[in-house]
Ligand binder design. Structure first.
Ligand SMILES: Nc1nc2c(c(=O)[nH]1)N[C@@H](CN(C=O)c1ccc(C(=O)N[C@@H](CCC(=O)O)C(=O)O)cc1)CN2
Length: 325
């Protein structure tokens, strides 16, 4: 396959994977089961890896760099390694202490860039404060940048060109397409403008179809910390698709949501659960009440999170093809 064709498959779902259009008539939203969809995709990816190996090539290889002792980051990296194993991707984790200098980290990335057995490199976020995240991401070879965080991949992606795109936005894109809702000409609101999540999600929502990549063609608005609350409500009340990636529990409430909207919750917050006297994971959306108004809704946990890991595996397989061609 031509290199650009391989890359074209990166930024989105192929046209053929869009299912029938859904008309909302229910009063209770359909819950988008990210875990189930993720497991289905994992099976397909496993078959893809088997084909690569059958063709006499080595299995794709993913290496994670984990700096510091953030317990959540360690769990996320472990989950990625578990997913890799399920698919047949070989994986490795390089653990570095919190006090690792930026130069030392750049040196580690460079070693992996030059290691022909490594196809995908991820540097787990967050990094300690003394390290310039973007500088580190920019040091990852573009064809091994399976997080899609480097300026070169981000630039290509923003121009609707072939690039390795970030996993969470790809996860959101895939989940929306799988609902079968019409996105063309619809109003979409993204809450949050982070460079790795909110902004690239908005890019996918607004973009047009380009080659193999299914654009969503939605009229897209980005809301952020300086959007006044009444304006946020105004935009949300007119939104057919809402993606929230802010990390504020209950930011999106039922009265703010248009009837029949599709709600994708990317937020992750740990809040105290008074009934169980322990912490629980919640998103940005008041799930119980918003699901009475929406047509589709993702839960937290079990929505976008598991799909993010799967999209990373997909990127790693694509990277292995890029690196062996
Ligand atoms: N280099 C990167 N760093 C970070 C990324 C990333 O994409 N690349 N994203 C997040 C963390 N993250 C993946 O790394 C991630 C977070 C959460 C989940 C997930 O599956 N969440 C579950 C709940 C898990 C739990 O119980 O804590 C869910 O939502 O169901 C997957 C990946 C920041 N860093």
């Amino acid at each position: 396959m031509h290199r650009s064709n391989i890359l074209c498959r990166i930024t989105g779902v192929l046209k053929t994977s869009c299912s029938h259009r859904h008309q909302h008539t229910n009063t209770q939203a359909t819950i988008i089961d990210g875990k189930k969809i993720a497991n289905e995709i994992l099976k397909n990816l496993k078959a893809e890896v088997e084909d690569i190996v059958k063709a006499g090539k080595r299995a794709p290889c993913l290496t994670a760099i984990l700096v510091g002792d953030n317990a959540a980051s360690a769990t996320y990296v472990r989950n990625k390694m578990v997913a890799a194993k399920k698919v047949g991707i070989s994986s490795d984790t390089i653990r570095l202490p919190t006090e690792t200098s930026q130069d030392k980290l750049l040196e580690e990335v460079n070693k992996l860039n030059n290691d022909e057995k490594v196809d995908g490199i991820i540097v787990q976020l967050p990094l300690p404060k003394h390290i310039d995240e973007q500088k580190v991401f920019n040091s990852v070879l573009r064809t091994k940048d399976v997080d899609g965080f480097s300026a070169s991949n981000f630039g290509l992606f923003s121009l609707n060109m072939c690039a390795l795109a970030p996993a969470t936005p790809l996860a959101v894109h895939e989940l929306i397409l799988r609902t079968g809702i019409e996105t063309k000409g619809k109003n979409a609101v993204v809450c949050g403008r982070s460079k790795n999540v909110g902004l690239p999600i908005a890019m996918l929502l607004h973009s047009d179809t380009h080659g193999d990549i299914l654009g969503m063609d939605a009229t897209t608005t980005i809301c952020h910390r300086f959007t006044p609350p009444d304006q946020l409500t105004h935009y949300l009340q007119n939104a057919d698709i809402v993606v929230s990636a802010v990390g504020i529990p209950n930011l999106i409430q039922a009265h703010m949501v248009k009837k029949g909207a599709c709600i994708i919750d990317v937020g992750i917050s740990h809040v105290k659960d008074p009934s169980a006297n322990q912490f629980k994971l919640v998103g940005d959306v008041d799930f119980e009440n918003v699901s009475k108004v929406a047509s589709f809704i993702t839960p937290v946990p079990g929505g976008v999170g598991p799909m993010t890991v799967v999209m990373l595996m997909k990127n790693t397989i694509i990277a292995s093809r890029l690196n062996s061609s």
